[in-house]
Design a protein around this ligand. Structure first.
Ligand code: SAM
Length: 342
């Protein structure tokens, strides 16, 4: 490295370029390039372009960029998937993030384009990005079958990736039944019944979601079935359970709505029953975890919620009679909080 290169502000340059790398990944995923390369010998750019129906010169540049970013391997024989592309980037990869990547491209990208307005106004930007703004973000997601399916696929992919860590962060074997409020496709619920075969797990979510869950169920199931119940957790009676799970739910809402939900849970919880939260947890000074702070901006552009610190979650839970609040920082996409009703 020459002396002048060493002086370049590499961190700033990397941040300036970040969106280009994200978009290259998104476009390669949208064009299903990683699926075309799966289980195949190396392919030349011209063959991939012909299969995908794209220009040769554009495809070659995209493939080269993906190879330089470590998503593909490039040899004189052509391009092939890395192991990580096979696992995470193909549609049917074991931990496919395809759903979340398409959601990022089609939904989060237009919202982030309006980050400046979100910061100026302090509110979500659905109307600017998509020309409509319903009373809450889920009404925006579920007004069309296509947008709903895309959102559910995104939640499913990310929840499947984190489910084992969430399910095993604490020993939950003292609980006989669990209700995953806002449990969406049941990705976490299915992991829970595998790890705790005696746990009866119910997924509770809005009717529009529950009507659409069959597509996401595991094809072969050797565990007790998960039960799906539809309802609105702000309005309707909650299913009875020893453990209520809220995974990536509280960050969607402001404190006032969280207080309504926690108060409902508290009123049906018997002493000894618990709440398990799965969220990205910020440090108290809100300065150390850039991924979580960027996720909080993501919440600003699309929800009324935000990411919170461990103390903020503890305070919310304690106000509703939940004590012995334990926080496990997992250091990846989700941290886990467990507390019990006294
Ligand atoms: N728990 C899943 C996960 O961790 O991937 C999904 C999280 S997603 C951000 C929030 C979920 O809460 C969605 O499935 C949504 O449909 C559900 N939800 C939102 N408002 C709800 C309500 N009023 N009643 C029941 N579920 C609701």
């Amino acid at each position: 490295v020459s002396e002048s290169a060493a002086k370049l502000p590499s961190k700033i340059l990397e941040l300036m370029d970040g969106f280009r790398a994200s978009k290259a990944l998104f476009v390669a995923s949208k064009l299903k390039i990683f699926d075309h390369l799966k289980d195949k010998c190396p392919l030349k750019a011209v063959d991939i372009a012909n299969e995908v129906g794209t220009s040769i010169c554009g495809t070659e540049r995209l493939l080269d960029a993906c190879a330089a970013l470590g998503l593909l391997e490039k040899t004189p024989q052509g391009y092939s998937n890395t192991d990580s592309a096979n696992t995470y980037l193909t549609l049917d990869g074991e931990y496919s993030l395809h759903g979340y990547i398409i959601h990022s491209n089609d939904h989060l990208w237009p919202l982030f384009t309006n980050l400046e307005s979100a910061v100026k106004e302090g509110s979500r930007q659905n109307h600017r990005a998509f020309g409509r703004k319903a009373e809450d973000l889920f009404k925006d997601y579920y007004h069309s079958q296509e947008v709903k399916q895309r959102f559910m696929a995104a939640m499913h992919s990310i929840a499947h990736l984190t489910a084992r860590d969430v399910a095993t962060a604490f020993d939950l074997s003292q609980f006989k039944s669990a209700c995953d409020l806002g449990g969406c496709t049941g990705a976490l619920a299915h992991e829970l019944v595998q790890i705790y075969p005696n746990l009866k797990v119910t997924v509770f979510d809005l009717p529009e979601v529950i009507a659409n869950t069959s597509y996401f169920q595991p094809s072969r199931q050797h565990t007790a079935p998960v039960t799906f119940v539809s309802g609105d957790f702000f309005e309707d009676n909650l299913p009875e359970a020893d453990l209520y799970i809220l995974s990536r739910v509280l960050h969607d809402w402001p404190d006032e709505k969280i207080n309504v939900l926690l108060s409902k849970i508290s009123s049906v919880c018997k002493p000894g029953c618990g709440i398990l939260l799965a969220e990205m947890v910020l440090d108290d000074e809100k300065k150390n975890r850039s991924t979580v702070l960027l996720q909080s901006l993501n919440m600003l552009v699309q929800t009324e919620g935000k990411e919170r610190s461990g103390s903020e979650y503890r305070e919310l839970l304690e106000q509703h009679g939940f004590t012995n609040v334990k926080i496990r920082l997992m250091g990846n996409l989700l941290d886990v909080v467990l507390c019990v009703k006294t």
